[in-house]
Design a protein around this ligand. Sequence first.
Ligand code: ZN
Length: 262
Amino acid sequence: MHDIIDTHAHLYVVNDPDTVLRFCAAQGLSDLILPGVDRSSNKTHLELCCASVGKPWPRLHPALGLHPGNITTAQETEDCLGHIRDNLARAIAIGEIGLDYTYPAIRRDPGLQVLQREVFSSQLLLAADAGLPVIIHSRGAWRDCLQLTLAAGVSRAVFHWFSGPQDVLEDILSAGFLVSFSPALEFSAECRLAARIAPLERILLETDTPVAYPSAQGRRVPSTPVDIRRTLTALALLLEREQAEVLAVVNQNARNFFGISP
Ligand SMILES: [Zn+2]
Protein backbone atom coordinates (compact mmCIF):
# COMPACT_ATOMS: atom_id res chain seq x y z
CA MET A 1 0.00 0.00 0.00
CA HIS A 2 1.39 3.41 -0.94
CA ASP A 3 1.92 6.10 1.67
CA ILE A 4 -0.71 8.79 1.84
CA ILE A 5 -0.93 12.17 3.60
CA ASP A 6 -4.04 13.61 5.29
CA THR A 7 -3.60 17.39 5.15
CA HIS A 8 -6.47 18.28 7.50
CA ALA A 9 -7.35 16.24 10.60
CA HIS A 10 -8.65 17.67 13.88
CA LEU A 11 -7.16 14.97 16.06
CA TYR A 12 -7.79 16.88 19.27
CA VAL A 13 -11.36 15.53 19.26
CA VAL A 14 -10.27 11.89 19.09
CA ASN A 15 -10.69 10.14 22.46
CA ASP A 16 -8.09 7.43 21.98
CA PRO A 17 -5.44 8.90 19.68
CA ASP A 18 -2.99 6.03 20.28
CA THR A 19 -5.37 3.40 18.84
CA VAL A 20 -6.45 5.65 15.98
CA LEU A 21 -2.89 6.61 15.08
CA ARG A 22 -1.57 3.03 15.19
CA PHE A 23 -4.36 2.05 12.81
CA CYS A 24 -3.54 5.04 10.56
CA ALA A 25 0.10 3.93 10.32
CA ALA A 26 -0.98 0.35 9.57
CA GLN A 27 -3.19 1.73 6.80
CA GLY A 28 -0.27 3.52 5.15
CA LEU A 29 -0.73 7.07 6.40
CA SER A 30 2.72 8.64 6.47
CA ASP A 31 1.93 12.18 7.65
CA LEU A 32 -0.98 14.07 9.20
CA ILE A 33 -1.39 17.83 9.25
CA LEU A 34 -3.29 18.82 12.42
CA PRO A 35 -5.00 22.21 12.17
CA GLY A 36 -6.03 23.74 15.49
CA VAL A 37 -9.10 25.90 15.93
CA ASP A 38 -8.49 27.60 19.31
CA ARG A 39 -5.92 27.76 22.09
CA SER A 40 -6.87 24.47 23.69
CA SER A 41 -6.83 22.45 20.43
CA ASN A 42 -3.55 24.06 19.36
CA LYS A 43 -2.09 23.01 22.70
CA THR A 44 -3.45 19.45 22.42
CA HIS A 45 -1.92 19.04 18.95
CA LEU A 46 1.46 20.30 20.15
CA GLU A 47 1.31 17.81 23.04
CA LEU A 48 0.35 14.97 20.69
CA CYS A 49 3.40 15.75 18.57
CA CYS A 50 5.64 15.49 21.64
CA ALA A 51 3.92 12.22 22.60
CA SER A 52 4.47 10.79 19.11
CA VAL A 53 8.22 10.40 19.54
CA GLY A 54 9.10 6.71 19.24
CA LYS A 55 5.47 5.65 18.64
CA PRO A 56 4.37 3.66 15.59
CA TRP A 57 2.25 6.58 14.42
CA PRO A 58 2.27 8.63 11.22
CA ARG A 59 4.37 11.80 11.49
CA LEU A 60 2.27 14.56 13.07
CA HIS A 61 2.58 18.20 12.01
CA PRO A 62 0.65 20.80 14.00
CA ALA A 63 -0.80 23.89 12.31
CA LEU A 64 -1.83 26.62 14.75
CA GLY A 65 -4.85 28.84 14.30
CA LEU A 66 -7.97 30.50 15.65
CA HIS A 67 -10.99 29.38 13.60
CA PRO A 68 -13.63 32.01 12.71
CA GLY A 69 -16.22 29.94 14.58
CA ASN A 70 -14.24 30.19 17.81
CA ILE A 71 -13.77 33.92 18.17
CA THR A 72 -15.09 34.86 21.60
CA THR A 73 -13.86 37.67 23.84
CA ALA A 74 -11.04 40.08 23.00
CA GLN A 75 -9.05 38.63 25.91
CA GLU A 76 -9.39 35.01 24.72
CA THR A 77 -8.54 36.04 21.16
CA GLU A 78 -5.38 37.79 22.34
CA ASP A 79 -4.44 34.78 24.52
CA CYS A 80 -4.83 32.45 21.56
CA LEU A 81 -2.86 34.68 19.18
CA GLY A 82 -0.15 35.08 21.83
CA HIS A 83 0.07 31.30 22.22
CA ILE A 84 0.37 30.94 18.43
CA ARG A 85 3.16 33.55 18.30
CA ASP A 86 5.02 31.81 21.15
CA ASN A 87 4.88 28.46 19.35
CA LEU A 88 5.41 29.56 15.75
CA ALA A 89 8.69 27.66 15.48
CA ARG A 90 6.80 24.40 16.13
CA ALA A 91 4.06 25.06 13.54
CA ILE A 92 4.12 23.66 10.03
CA ALA A 93 1.42 26.16 9.00
CA ILE A 94 -1.07 28.69 10.31
CA GLY A 95 -4.59 27.25 10.30
CA GLU A 96 -7.40 26.67 10.45
CA ILE A 97 -8.13 30.34 9.98
CA GLY A 98 -10.52 32.27 7.79
CA LEU A 99 -14.03 33.64 7.53
CA ASP A 100 -17.47 32.05 7.63
CA TYR A 101 -20.45 34.18 6.73
CA THR A 102 -22.94 31.30 7.01
CA TYR A 103 -23.20 31.35 10.81
CA PRO A 104 -26.66 32.53 11.95
CA ALA A 105 -25.01 34.94 14.45
CA ILE A 106 -23.30 36.72 11.56
CA ARG A 107 -26.60 37.37 9.83
CA ARG A 108 -27.91 38.94 13.02
CA ASP A 109 -24.79 41.01 13.72
CA PRO A 110 -22.73 42.20 10.72
CA GLY A 111 -20.18 43.56 13.24
CA LEU A 112 -19.06 39.95 13.69
CA GLN A 113 -17.95 39.90 10.04
CA VAL A 114 -15.63 42.82 10.75
CA LEU A 115 -14.23 41.02 13.80
CA GLN A 116 -13.66 37.81 11.80
CA ARG A 117 -11.78 39.79 9.17
CA GLU A 118 -9.56 41.46 11.80
CA VAL A 119 -8.67 38.16 13.47
CA PHE A 120 -8.10 36.47 10.09
CA SER A 121 -5.88 39.30 8.84
CA SER A 122 -3.70 39.36 11.92
CA GLN A 123 -3.08 35.61 11.56
CA LEU A 124 -2.36 36.01 7.84
CA LEU A 125 0.24 38.66 8.66
CA LEU A 126 1.79 36.33 11.23
CA ALA A 127 2.07 33.63 8.54
CA ALA A 128 3.46 36.06 5.98
CA ASP A 129 6.12 37.29 8.43
CA ALA A 130 7.10 33.76 9.42
CA GLY A 131 7.01 32.48 5.83
CA LEU A 132 4.48 29.80 6.81
CA PRO A 133 1.69 28.41 4.61
CA VAL A 134 -1.94 28.99 5.64
CA ILE A 135 -4.95 26.66 5.77
CA ILE A 136 -8.10 28.67 5.05
CA HIS A 137 -11.73 28.09 5.98
CA SER A 138 -13.72 30.22 3.52
CA ARG A 139 -17.35 29.05 3.62
CA GLY A 140 -19.71 31.71 2.32
CA ALA A 141 -16.86 34.23 2.32
CA TRP A 142 -14.70 32.94 -0.51
CA ARG A 143 -14.02 36.26 -2.23
CA ASP A 144 -13.19 38.13 1.01
CA CYS A 145 -10.87 35.31 2.09
CA LEU A 146 -8.97 35.52 -1.18
CA GLN A 147 -8.71 39.31 -1.05
CA LEU A 148 -7.39 39.37 2.51
CA THR A 149 -4.93 36.55 1.76
CA LEU A 150 -3.57 38.47 -1.22
CA ALA A 151 -3.43 41.71 0.78
CA ALA A 152 -1.38 40.05 3.53
CA GLY A 153 1.28 38.92 1.07
CA VAL A 154 1.01 35.24 2.02
CA SER A 155 2.85 33.11 -0.53
CA ARG A 156 1.35 29.66 0.17
CA ALA A 157 -2.37 29.18 0.89
CA VAL A 158 -4.78 26.27 0.62
CA PHE A 159 -8.54 26.91 0.49
CA HIS A 160 -9.67 23.87 2.41
CA TRP A 161 -12.82 21.87 1.39
CA PHE A 162 -13.36 24.27 -1.46
CA SER A 163 -17.03 24.49 -2.46
CA GLY A 164 -17.13 28.09 -3.63
CA PRO A 165 -17.99 29.71 -6.95
CA GLN A 166 -16.00 29.14 -10.12
CA ASP A 167 -14.86 32.76 -10.58
CA VAL A 168 -13.23 32.81 -7.13
CA LEU A 169 -11.63 29.42 -7.80
CA GLU A 170 -10.11 30.75 -11.00
CA ASP A 171 -8.65 33.72 -9.12
CA ILE A 172 -7.34 31.42 -6.35
CA LEU A 173 -5.58 29.35 -8.99
CA SER A 174 -4.16 32.33 -10.85
CA ALA A 175 -2.79 33.64 -7.54
CA GLY A 176 -0.86 30.35 -7.29
CA PHE A 177 -2.88 29.00 -4.34
CA LEU A 178 -4.25 25.48 -3.76
CA VAL A 179 -7.58 23.89 -2.90
CA SER A 180 -8.25 20.74 -0.89
CA PHE A 181 -11.07 18.23 -0.87
CA SER A 182 -12.57 15.85 1.69
CA PRO A 183 -14.67 12.68 1.23
CA ALA A 184 -17.52 15.11 0.40
CA LEU A 185 -16.08 14.80 -3.10
CA GLU A 186 -18.21 11.64 -3.32
CA PHE A 187 -21.44 13.63 -3.34
CA SER A 188 -20.96 17.42 -3.30
CA ALA A 189 -21.68 18.95 -6.70
CA GLU A 190 -19.74 22.12 -5.76
CA CYS A 191 -16.63 20.18 -4.73
CA ARG A 192 -16.82 17.92 -7.77
CA LEU A 193 -17.01 20.89 -10.12
CA ALA A 194 -14.05 22.58 -8.41
CA ALA A 195 -12.00 19.36 -8.54
CA ARG A 196 -12.59 19.12 -12.28
CA ILE A 197 -11.47 22.70 -12.86
CA ALA A 198 -8.38 22.79 -10.61
CA PRO A 199 -5.25 21.20 -12.09
CA LEU A 200 -4.24 18.10 -10.12
CA GLU A 201 -0.97 19.87 -9.22
CA ARG A 202 -3.02 22.34 -7.14
CA ILE A 203 -5.05 19.82 -5.15
CA LEU A 204 -4.51 18.44 -1.63
CA LEU A 205 -6.47 15.60 -0.01
CA GLU A 206 -7.98 15.78 3.46
CA THR A 207 -10.56 14.17 5.74
CA ASP A 208 -11.44 17.10 8.03
CA THR A 209 -11.63 14.44 10.78
CA PRO A 210 -14.02 14.04 12.67
CA VAL A 211 -16.64 15.26 10.16
CA ALA A 212 -19.20 12.49 9.60
CA TYR A 213 -19.74 11.42 5.98
CA PRO A 214 -22.45 9.02 4.83
CA SER A 215 -21.24 5.41 4.80
CA ALA A 216 -22.13 2.86 2.11
CA GLN A 217 -25.12 1.93 4.32
CA GLY A 218 -26.21 5.58 4.37
CA ARG A 219 -25.37 6.12 8.04
CA ARG A 220 -23.14 9.04 8.98
CA VAL A 221 -20.13 7.99 11.02
CA PRO A 222 -17.40 10.29 12.33
CA SER A 223 -14.35 10.13 10.10
CA THR A 224 -10.75 9.35 11.04
CA PRO A 225 -7.70 10.01 8.88
CA VAL A 226 -7.96 6.54 7.27
CA ASP A 227 -10.95 7.94 5.38
CA ILE A 228 -8.38 9.79 3.26
CA ARG A 229 -8.60 6.75 0.98
CA ARG A 230 -12.22 7.70 0.27
CA THR A 231 -11.11 11.15 -0.86
CA LEU A 232 -8.42 9.62 -3.08
CA THR A 233 -10.82 7.09 -4.61
CA ALA A 234 -13.44 9.77 -5.28
CA LEU A 235 -10.90 12.07 -6.94
CA ALA A 236 -9.39 9.32 -9.11
CA LEU A 237 -12.87 8.21 -10.25
CA LEU A 238 -13.91 11.79 -10.96
CA LEU A 239 -10.78 12.51 -13.01
CA GLU A 240 -10.83 9.02 -14.60
CA ARG A 241 -7.18 8.51 -13.70
CA GLU A 242 -5.30 5.71 -11.94
CA GLN A 243 -5.31 6.04 -8.13
CA ALA A 244 -1.54 5.48 -7.88
CA GLU A 245 -0.89 8.22 -10.40
CA VAL A 246 -3.21 10.69 -8.60
CA LEU A 247 -1.69 9.77 -5.24
CA ALA A 248 1.87 10.39 -6.41
CA VAL A 249 0.91 13.91 -7.54
CA VAL A 250 -1.14 14.93 -4.48
CA ASN A 251 1.48 13.58 -2.07
CA GLN A 252 4.14 15.63 -3.83
CA ASN A 253 1.83 18.68 -3.69
CA ALA A 254 1.45 18.25 0.08
CA ARG A 255 5.21 17.82 0.59
CA ASN A 256 5.99 20.92 -1.46
CA PHE A 257 3.26 23.01 0.15
CA PHE A 258 4.08 22.17 3.77
CA GLY A 259 7.80 21.51 3.29
CA ILE A 260 7.62 17.87 4.41
CA SER A 261 10.49 15.53 3.57
CA PRO A 262 9.56 12.20 1.93
ZN1 ZN B 1 -11.31 21.81 9.64
